[in-house]
Design a protein. Structure first.
Length: 283
């Protein structure tokens, strides 16, 4: 049972990294990027392809891939955000959702053409630690630590750097931020670039733990959305904690039931949570 708890925490760390990127982009731009999970799948595919050339460790390859995903974030901004900048808030959100869904579907077809239907698995050998009689997979522990460090550095970036403070100011009041010389386009593009890096890292880490299908991008996006809704839109701490909780739920659901029932349980919990939350607001 404790072993299941540990596995759930490790999986939750990857989910937290994925959801924090989605929450960051939404908080600053007010756009839910439905292609977010597809970027995670792309990270897994790139890592798998790189292993044919050289046995990179997941964290070392993450450093190499970060500039690639930063550029992909910039391209995504030009595709799903910039064209709808002059629309009203509600119209812009709907247009961006449709555009990002189209990008996600296109990427999924490209992944099937490039990778085939074979699940993406990038196992990397790492020693197992023995702590008080518990066997802790070293790879999972290091990956979770890397995810936690990434989230921590992102939080420091938002709080301590000029670019990070510009992103926070833009999230709070776009018009006032513009009056103080903050360029909305460049700032939101940087935010989506950072979110894309987090998505890519999450995909690399996930594929090192579990097989990932080429069409699992939208499923990952929905799970990240569940985490963001449960943890709170626009902040980082809430989604990080909710991601750990989701990892625990999936781990225990797979232990007590079957892994095919985990998605049903996750989405059922989302519906229940939204209904209960809506009922409390009415009261």
């Amino acid at each position: 049972m404790i072993q299941v708890l540990i596995s759930g925490l490790f999986l939750g760390g990857v989910y937290a990294l994925l959801a924090v990127g989605l929450s960051l982009a939404f908080g600053i731009m007010g756009v839910l990027n439905l292609a977010h999970g597809s970027l995670a799948v792309l990270g897994a595919i790139l890592y798998k392809k790189s292993l044919v050339l050289y046995p990179f460790s997941p964290w070392f390859f993450s450093v190499l891939a970060a500039p690639i995903f930063l550029c992909l974030g910039f391209i995504l901004h030009l595709t799903i955000v910039a064209p709808f900048r002059n629309l009203s808030l509600s119209a812009g959100v709907v247009a961006s959702l449709i555009a990002s869904l189209g990008v996600a579907l296109i990427l999924e077809d490209l992944f099937v053409w490039w990778q085939g239907w074979e699940p993406i698995s990038t196992y990397f050998s790492f020693p197992i630690f023995n702590l008080l009689g518990l066997k802790i997979p070293g790879l999972r522990a290091v990956l979770m630590g890397t995810a936690a460090i990434t989230i921590g550095l992102s939080t420091l970036f938002l709080k301590k750097t000029d670019r990070g403070r510009s992103m926070r100011a833009l999230a709070q009041d776009r018009e006032t931020a513009s009056l103080y010389g903050i360029h909305p386009g460049i700032t939101s593009m940087s935010a989506l670039g950072l979110a894309a890096i987090m998505a890519g890292l999450a995909g690399i880490f996930y594929s090192a733990l579990y097989p990932l299908g080429p069409r699992d991008g939208l499923d990952l996006t929905l799970k990240a959305l569940f985490i963001v809704v449960a943890g709170g839109m626009g902040n980082l701490r809430g989604p990080a904690l909710a991601g750990l909780l989701l990892g625990l739920i999936e781990s225990f659901a797979g232990f007590f039931f079957t892994y095919t029932s985990t998605d049903t349980m996750v989405y059922s919990l989302l519906v229940i949570y939204l209904v209960v939350k809506r009922g409390r607001r009415r009261q």
